[in-house]
Ligand binder design. Structure first.
Ligand code: UD1
Ligand code: MG
Length: 455
């Protein structure tokens, strides 16, 4: 059957008390992106017509993070049923399928959501589809009570469950798909006569059954439903997420020399035949083209690395940088807002900030761009095929013309024309025999002092 339009409600009003944080829980990063963004990404893969995020009072920063999607404020946290109710005015007249997701459950996959939508549109035309799972330890999850035909009869929360119900292994993962047409009638009928005195969204199932509608379960992986309530759980979820990213990188043609030690951001893009060494960290916004080698202990963030470049070991590439095709950035080299042209090299111990480096230029060991005067940042512009001698200090704003040379240890404060040499160090003085004379004099002095002490 043709699928109907989809809307998503993402619940994110929870305070996240156990995180012990000034930051709302759903803004804590996973793979460098706020947790709630992962849920939005999964939702967006279904191309929904609308997304509504339910936030708590004072969570303007969450509203900002999810913009341009709509947010509604749930004034008091009276339970998941109440949270969904708060979102309904924004779905008035919506006649498709409505998915309810949690902002603190970022490992949800599109595959699971698709299964739920497909079942919602199945022959039994269920009013509610619930994602079920069978965790090794069902703990305090709600339990799914099925009828003889396998259909879903009701969900019982752990606190309200009797021993027989607690023995059920099939648990409520939390995600649900509703028929948008029948949804408001179900949510409106949910009461709060239960152990917690809350409006349980889960009661929508019993309400639907009492109104004569079918309900269904779609079983999915426990991993999809792992929630984050504490920093330890966040670390556990990050580990799983990192493993997914590592697997995806390898499936797409990258070699990871020791996958467990490579740390990705959710948006890292690696081309084919990229080799990533041990202990490499990718922050947000990194694109690496084909054939690049990133050696051990490098740290990259907000950077494009063009084809065939070699990075590291121990390189630091900071936001706004671009490493040109076949360029080399070696050990203890830091780039910030710096563009290196094709074939340019900075192989050792260098800081290049706010600079443009032309193709084929060689930046000697110990080169520093002095880009900051304590108030403002300035650019250093280096032409093509420039040779910057070791330990050069380039005081920006400054320009080195094509083919120029800087002598080692020069402090360059004025622009250098094409093909010129700049040298700013004092003339070299060699004093023949000085060291031998010095040693002799000092040894004699020491011997005389020793005699004095013995007398
Ligand atoms: C819920 C389910 C339970 C299921 C479990 C899976 C209910 C009543 N129970 O329990 O069956 O096994 O999830 O993890 O739904 N939220 C709001 N406003 C509120 C309350 C909650 O926005 O007033 C949000 C929370 O921020 C969270 C989500 O809803 O993102 C789930 O709430 P939570 O308190 O974690 O529900 P559980 O008790 O875990
Ligand atoms: Mg929970």
């Amino acid at each position: 059957m043709t699928e109907r339009p989809i809307a998503c409600i993402i619940l994110a009003a929870g305070k996240g008390t156990r995180m012990k944080s000034a930051l709302p829980k759903v803004l804590h990063p996973l793979g460098g992106l706020p947790m709630v963004r992962h849920v939005l990404d999964a939702a967006q893969a279904l191309v929904p017509e609308r997304i509504v995020v339910v936030v708590g009072p004072g969570m303007e920063n969450v509203a900002q993070a999810v913009a341009p999607h709509a947010t509604v404020v749930q004034e008091n946290q009276l339970g998941t049923g109440d949270a969904v109710k708060a979102a309904l005015p924004l779905l008035d007249g919506f006649a498709g399928d409505v998915l309810v997701l949690y902002g603190d459950t970022p490992l949800i996959t599109v595959a699971t959501l698709r299964d739920m939508v497909a079942t919602r549109n199945g022959a039994s035309n269920p009013a509610v589809v619930v994602m079920g799972m069978r965790p090794a330890d069902p703990g305090a999850y709600g339990r799914l009570v099925q009828g003889a035909d396998g259909g879903l009869e009701r969900i019982v929360e752990f606190l309200d469950a009797n021993p027989a119900e607690r023995a059920i292994g099939l648990c409520n993962a939390g995600f649900m798909a509703f028929d948008g047409v029948r949804m408001a009638g179900l949510i409106g009928a949910i009461g709060n006569d239960n152990a917690k005195g809350e409006y349980y969204l889960t009661d929508a199932v019993a309400v639907a059954r009492s109104q004569g509608h079918a309900c269904a379960v779609v079983e999915g992986p426990v991993e999809d439903a792992l929630g984050v309530n504490s920093r330890a759980e966040l670390a556990g979820v990050e580990k799983i997420f990192q493993n997914r990213l590592r697997q995806a990188a390898m499936v797409n043609g990258a070699t990871l020399l020791d996958p467990d030690t490579v740390w990705f951001a959710a948006d890292t893009l690696l081309g084919r035949d990229v080799t990533v060494g041990q202990n490499v960290v990718f922050g947000p916004g990194v694109t690496v083209e084909d054939g690049v080698e990133i050696r051990a202990f490098s740290h990259l963030e907000g950077v494009i690395v063009r084809k065939g470049a070699i990075i590291g070991p121990y390189a630091r590439l900071r936001p706004g940088s671009e490493v040109g095709e076949g360029a080399h950035v070696g050990n203890f080299v830091e780039l910030k807002n710096t563009k290196m042209g094709p074939g340019a090299k900075a192989n050792h111990l260098t800081y290049l900030g706010d600079s443009d480096i032309g193709s084929g230029s060689n930046i000697g060991a110990g080169t520093i761009t002095c880009n900051y005067d304590g108030y403002l940042k300035h650019r250093t512009v280096i032409g093509e095929n420039v040779f910057v001698g070791s330990n050069s200090t380039l005081v920006a704003p400054v320009e080195l013309g094509d083919g120029a040379y800087t002598a080692a240890a020069s402090v360059v404060t004025r622009d250098v024309p094409d093909d010129a040499l700049v040298i700013t160090r004092p003339d070299e003085v060699v004093k023949e025999g000085w060291a031998a004379r010095y040693r002799k004099a000092k040894a004699a002095l020491k011997a005389r002092k020793g005699e004095g002490r013995r007398q």
